[in-house]
Design a protein around this ligand. Structure first.
Ligand code: UDP
Length: 458
């Protein structure tokens, strides 16, 4: 019999880089700081070998600190309907892998100590019971989002939700910022969201990618607010900010040289995460807004998709790099040649944000992107598109004070070039921007402190 020298944590990541990246960083933290042996199980959305660049956190020459097991692809498309939305689709995909994870766990010489799943893997928690493991849910988002989630089962399905969402002891969620499924009890996403919320309550505790100084009120309420504790009484641990380390060599020579030549904090980085897409008209307006602002920029451009802000999540976009300029206004690339850089599809985001020439981030406010902005002290123009991004944007704007937002949600209207120019100037030039910049530097300091041995994460 092998005597274990370390506790063994098994982590299960649902599809999408936004879920995998924070899980990998949790693994790194558990191995490097807490002497765990970690196995990450990864679920893929497509058949074929897992691309090694899915895990961009480690220099390729270094042996990863954890074991990685890619579960063989399971095709769940027969269980999905054409009207199924993101949450339902992700959950259905995950469901297909329960038996593979069971056999993986069953084939281990000893039961692992701990199972950690993310929001879309809560159905796997019962496996922890089968294998006598302790079980945690890791929310790769903020505590306020967790608070909204655990309160959703209390909403009456019969009553259409029409006002702000009141969460005991926490900032209320304004109507516009509430997660979509809450509005549509007829939709399968609603049932899945409620089930997920109830599943979270069966875990031994919840890890959240946040820290005490970022969300003091919400974290305090999870511990101390009587009403919230009646709704949800499991321990909530802030373990963030868990973000990828910077690897300057990922910038590449050309981008690195260009950035080195720009003045300090003069470049706006524009990107909508791994899944975000804009409509063709919005792409044009954004291009023209960047151009008339006359601020330097790096823009990660994807082919437009109409009526689906999460377009890149489910549409294959490979091989379209060379077509990008056809979606931009005629002459844009030439006119902005000396002002900015257009990068098709995917950029080394963490490295760009860490560069001293970068002074603003126009972001969809996925939680990883938001954290990456904060740890690099970069103010945000919030442009939320789907999932809990409206909440993240509201939190950064109203609560943390490091972001500005368009007047109306970008998913409801086309944000015009003049408004875009104003938002860019607010962050990059105006006095208001200077204050926001000071504030984000302060938050950056708190973020660093959270990760020290005295910090809330440790
Ligand atoms: N990302 C990147 N380059 C890109 C787009 C995204 O490196 O061009 C990374 C980004 O740094 C972040 C992750 O992909 O770590 C996206 O996660 P996030 O939670 O921000 O958004 P999601 O993709 O889940 O909507």
């Amino acid at each position: 019999m092998v005597i274990p020298t370390k506790p063994h944590a098994t982590l299960l990541a649902s599809p999408g880089l936004g879920h995998l990246i924070p899980m990998v960083e949790l693994a790194n933290r558990l191995t490097a700081h807490h002497n765990f042996h970690v196995t990450i199980f990864v679920v893929t959305m497509e058949p074929g070998p897992n691309k090694p660049n899915l895990l961009p956190n480690q220099p390729n020459t270094l042996k990863p600190l954890y074991d990685l097991v890619v579960l063989p692809y399971v095709d769940s498309s027969a269980h999905m309907g054409p009207s199924d939305k993101i949450m339902t689709r992700l959950v259905i995909m995950m469901r297909g892998y329960v038996s593979s994870l069971r056999s993986e766990l069953g084939s281990m010489e000893q039961n692992p100590t701990l199972l950690v799943v993310d929001l879309f893997g809560t159905e796997f928690l019962t496996l922890a019971d089968e294998f006598n493991m302790i079980k945690y849910v890791y929310i790769p988002s903020n505590a306020w989002f967790l608070a909204q989630t655990v309160c959703v089962p209390l909403l009456d399905k019969q009553v259409k939700h029409e006002g702000p969402l009141i969460i005991p002891g926490c900032k209320r969620v304004e109507y516009d910022d509430i997660l979509d499924p809450v509005f549509d009890p007829e939709n399968k996403d609603y049932d899945e969201y409620v089930r997920i919320a109830l599943d979270i309550g069966t875990a031994d505790g919840v890890l959240v990618n946040t820290w005490e100084d970022l969300e003091p009120t919400t974290l305090f309420s999870f511990k101390n607010n009587k009403v919230l504790k009646e709704i949800f009484n499991k321990p909530v641990y802030p373990v963030g900010p868990l973000v990828r380390p910077v690897r300057p060599e990922c910038l590449g020579e050309e981008l690195s040289e260009w950035l080195n030549k720009q003045p300090k904090e003069s470049v706006l980085y524009v990107s909508f995460g791994s899944g975000g897409t804009l409509s063709s008209q919005q792409t044009i307006e954004l291009a023209l807004g960047l151009e008339i602002s006359q601020q330097r920029f790096i823009w990660v451009v994807r082919p437009p998709i109409e009526h689906d802000g999460a377009g890149a999540l489910f549409h294959a976009m490979d091989g379209q790099d060379h077509m990008i300029s056809q979606y931009l206004p005629p002459g844009f690339m030439t006119r902005t040649r000396n002002l900015g850089k257009v990068i098709p599809m995917w950029a080394p985001q963490m490295e760009i944000l860490a560069h001293p020439s970068v002074g603003g981030f126009l972001s969809h406010c996925g939680w990883n992107s938001t954290l990456e902005s904060l740890v690099n002290g970069v103010p945000i123009i919030a442009w939320p598109l789907y999932a809990e991004q409206n909440m993240n944007a509201a939190l950064m704007d109203e609560e943390v004070g490091v972001a500005v937002r368009p007047k109306v949600l970008p998913t409801k209207v086309i944000v015009g070039r003049e408004e875009i120019k104003k938002l860019i100037n607010k962050i990059m030039v105006d006095d208001e921007g200077i204050k926001i910049r000071e504030r984000v530097k302060e938050v950056q300091g708190y973020a660093k402190r959270a990760l020290t041995t005295e910090g809330s994460t440790y």
